[in-house]
Design a protein around this ligand. Structure first.
Ligand code: UDX
Ligand code: ADP
Length: 455
């Protein structure tokens, strides 16, 4: 069997690499328009940083895993085609700022219709709004490709930074298909592939709509948990409660559960915001406005948390940060990834730049080029640092925006010595030992704990 996956990004690349490792009898080719990206997948400098991914790619590459730009050839020969292209939020026209831009998905559908000869099963893997499968089907039908294809929805639940584990041992695999004999057959074919490494009981089969909506709902619930604990964190700071303690207490209720209760400077990533916007758009489209407003609040709370954090930095530094050096630790949207999409670091840094701060940014995996692109600035507007010590040298404040493990092990005495006084630390991830920092002499502000200092 041959599989072709269109899109060699954060979803397509890792997903197909694990599938190739688990199903040695299937030949898998990941194709992309982006030649540089494909070249990187064929090298040892993968375009996606994920723990353990390089080893997995190296094991399968050249055996039953291939990366190519020859899209038409692969589409022509494939038995199953996965669509794993980007679906950013629309920036123009109807649904701007909310609906997903389906241009890339539509282009794929048209190309598949024109070129694919063997394939009968098309799997949508990209994060997409509800009813995309139907749109793809309509494109096939309207162009006379008839009923040749079965479209399945197989949303990906991997989280970046833990993609390999999430793919190897998923909580569940979801496959949605049409409620017809042909649809059910197609679902079984795809389920058969996953069954090579996922226990049958974890493979859920639903109709197309349920599969598509479940993905949006799952992400909305996760994001809502973060906004809920972040809302409590704001209250903790003014009342003297500690959000860590509150989270531990509520998390021990088995109905609530302890995961995903870390208050932070706000959630980022390519999915949460986009999926909630999609949900909101869907609600508005179908006229359930109260439901739309309910979910929108999760995003408003996230934005509030970011603004609150950057506002705290300005007010603590005596209401002005003009010309002040501020060391920014972390730019990725979470640890163990080089992905910056939707990162809270982008909003916080933009705000600090508006206040004319000098930002000295250090992230173990994010490039200067990416930071400039995200902040929409020219070269040389920020100071890009090789390590955390260099960033802190001569700074008024250190701010933690990503929870990279290496930040926990830093020599904060050394950092303190190299900074201007009073030296401030703003912990947007709650990863440092605040009592120790106060002993060293720092003025510490932490999300969900407020201010701690010797004075
Ligand atoms: C998410 C979903 O977890 C995944 O199932 C889906 O397929 C894609 O979207 P991802 O965005 O890669 O995955 O990472 P995730 O671990 O969910 O983190 C998202 C954001 O929330 C990050 O910015 C993270 O730092 C933040 N977060 C997470 C918190 O602020 N607190 C928490 O307790 C957990
Ligand atoms: P995700 O996080 O969903 O994987 P990415 O942006 O990381 O999103 O990856 C999507 C990939 O899809 C990009 O590398 C992009 O070049 C590729 N892509 C988009 N449209 C097409 C297309 N029509 N044919 C082939 N590749 C495409």
């Amino acid at each position: 069997m041959k599989i072709c996956c269109i899109g060699a990004g954060y979803v397509g690349g890792p997903t197909m690499s694990i599938m190739a490792n688990k199903c040695k009898d299937i030949q898998i080719t990941v194709v992309d328009l982006d030649e540089k990206k494909i070249a990187a997948w064929n090298s040892n400098e993968l375009p996606v940083f994920e723990p353990e991914l390089l080893e997995k790619v190296q094991k399968a590459r050249g055996r039953n895993l291939f990366f190519s730009t020859d899209i038409d050839k692969e589409l022509m020969e494939a038995d199953i085609i996965f669509i794993s292209v980007n679906t950013p939020t629309k920036t123009y026209g109807v649904g701007a700022g909310k609906a997903s831009d389906l241009t890339y998905v539509e282009n794929c559908a048209r190309r598949i219709g024109e070129v694919a000869r063997k394939a009968k099963i098309i799997v949508e893997k990209s994060t997409i709004p509800v009813r995309t499968a139907e749109s793809i089907r309509k494109i096939f039908l309207a162009n006379g490709y008839g009923d040749r294809f079965q479209v399945l929805s197989n949303p990906e639940f991997l989280a970046e930074g833990t993609a390999v584990k999430d793919l190897e041992e998923p909580d569940r695999v979801l496959i949605g298909g049409e409620e017809s004999e042909e649809g059910r057959k197609a679902v079984e074919v795809l389920a058969g592939i996953y069954e090579q490494w996922v226990p049958g009981g974890k493979i859920l089969k639903t109709n197309l709509w349920s599969a598509e909506l479940s993905k949006l709902a799952a992400n909305a619930f996760l994001a809502q948990r973060i906004s809920s604990i972040n809302a409590i964190s704001a209250l903790c700071e003014v009342t003297g409660a500690d959000v860590g303690e509150v989270a531990r207490v509520i998390g021990m209720d088995s109905r609530i559960g302890s995961k995903f209760l870390n208050a932070s400077v706000g959630f980022g990533g390519s999915c949460f915001q986009k999926d909630i916007l999609n949900l909101v758009y869907l609600c508005e489209y179908y006229g359930v406005y109260e439901v739309a407003k309910y979910w929108e609040q999760v995003l408003l709370m996230n934005e509030y948390q970011r603004e609150r954090f950057s506002g705290k930095i300005v007010s603590s530094l005596f209401d002005t940060i003009t010309g002040k050096r501020i060391a920014v630790y972390g730019f990725a949207f979470k640890k163990d990834t080089n992905d910056t999409r939707g990162s809270s670091a982008i909003s916080v840094c933009k705000h600090l730049l508006e206040e004319k701060a000098h930002l000295a940014i250090y992230d173990p995996k994010v490039s200067l080029q990416q930071i400039n692109k995200d902040l929409e600035i020219e070269e040389e507007k920020i100071i890009y640092c090789k390590n955390a010590y260099e960033a802190a040298d001569g700074a008024h404040a250190v701010i933690i925006l990503t929870e990279w493990d290496e930040f926990k092990g830093l020599d904060f005495k050394k950092i303190y010595k190299s900074m201007l006084k009073p030296a401030f630390i703003f912990d947007g991830r709650r990863i440092l030992n605040h009592e120790n920092l106060v002993k060293i002499g720092f003025e510490v502000y932490s999300i969900g704990r407020g201010k701690k200092s010797r004075y």
